[in-house]
Design a protein around this ligand. Sequence first.
Ligand code: BES
Ligand code: MN
Ligand code: ZN
Length: 507
Amino acid sequence: MTALTLSTAGAATLRADALVVGVAKGAKGPVVAPGAEPVDAAFDGKLAAVLDALGASGADGEVTKLAAPAGLKVPVVIAVGLGDAPEDDASYDEEILRKAAGSAARALHGAKKAGFALPVEDASAVTAIVEGALLGAYAFTAYQGGEKKDGKNGKQPLAEIALLGAKPRDKEHKAAAERAKIVAAEVNIARDLVNTPPNDLNPEAFAAVAQATAKELGIKVQVLDDKALLKGGYGGIMGVGRGSEAPPRLVKLAYTHPKAEKHLAFVGKGITYDSGGISLKPAGHNETMKCDMAGAAAVFSAVVAAARLGLEVNVTGWLALAENMPSGSATRPGDVLRMYSGKTVEVLNTDAEGRLVLADALTKASEENPDAIVDVATLTGAMVFALGNRTFGVMANDDAFRTSLHEIAEEVGEASWPMPLPADMRKGMDSSTADIANMGERMGGGLVAGLFLKEFVGEGITWAHLDIAGPAFHEGAPYGYTPKGGTGSAVRTLVRLAERTASGDLG
Ligand code: BES
Ligand code: MN
Ligand code: ZN
């Protein structure tokens, strides 16, 4: 993990492999952003002109590497685009800073030390730059470099970042940096879990990771194994997991604070591999299905972050872990499962498995009567069709709560969009054999899945559902602070929800 310190060093005197500065789009070409003055001085005040000559415009996402002039103690200057220069005295948008810091950190993979001299107007800029830098520096190298696992085939994260321009003795700046470090570290842990191949991260292995971390942090942890799940009547989780040699688990993580007034429950879909089961996915649709536990990874990381931040709120995480495999013991299309709630479900398609494991976990989470439940799941391909690869869908049984989650996501730089749960679509799941089927109308499949889940939420409990099937796993070229592979989607939203609940500024 990359080390980051708030440094009082000047940009001109810092010894490092590179200095990062910001460049924005001005009316008449690129303009150098605040924080870069000493660097500009070393260029005789011509940094903007040099960038212009190199074809740099200051566009969002642009990275330009320059040889450093004499006068700086670094060999390289990296100019990152900040988009349109803010008008008058306005400060830079947090997400712009987060992305720019991320792009710079990515450009520095393999390097030892860099100074970041980006515009630091206030504590929220510190948060954005620290998060962006640490998220952008991320690399998953555990399986590279042969036996030594030294990652030599891949580039290691930038080892050390000195953030210039922040005030290390300012309480707010310090707190912002410490918080951002914890949040970024937990997002990166969620990414690691998603990226770990499914032959190594099965339900048992995931539960063991949760157990070890919880012990370390004093989070209460309880693991129901397949025996306990069978005995307890968890027909949804068992029905999905029974086809696999690696049996399912339900993990409960309970973080409590003595002064907490509110209780949140987070529920995560944790399909460690989704082959589709007997309704097997065709080739081309299963290569990335190790990502199907991204919801559980987000929930795990969010509970851990809440504990490490010491938030004054109780947060319970539920990880519904199973591997969806075809075999002689697998659930068949046509089978009826008796769920933990007592309801019966006719399984028409074993590839609609996420809703089955989540249903049991939602019923279980409801027993504690939390103030709100949020589930996170890579639930439907339909949501990817609807919103694309970078935006998650937010559904809820409460309009105000759905709006809050959408706004919170926006605040932390996660793209989301509110989606409806149209009551008329429930009848598509009517079953002639059971209380409900696990499939409904083909159109609007993401909403159908949401409506299914809604039936398993306890009476009167505020609930929201985040379908992160699009943004959880990034297959394209890296951009900003987003790497290829696991993204850690929804961690920052859940953490911010916990923070707002703790401080009482949420409904
Ligand atoms: N895990 C998939 C959804 C998914 C798709 C996640 C693409 C990430 C990327 C889920 O279990 C699934 O297979 N859903 C089916 C449901 C259908 C059978 C009703 C789908 O979306 O096709
Ligand atoms: Mn599936
Ligand atoms: Zn799935």
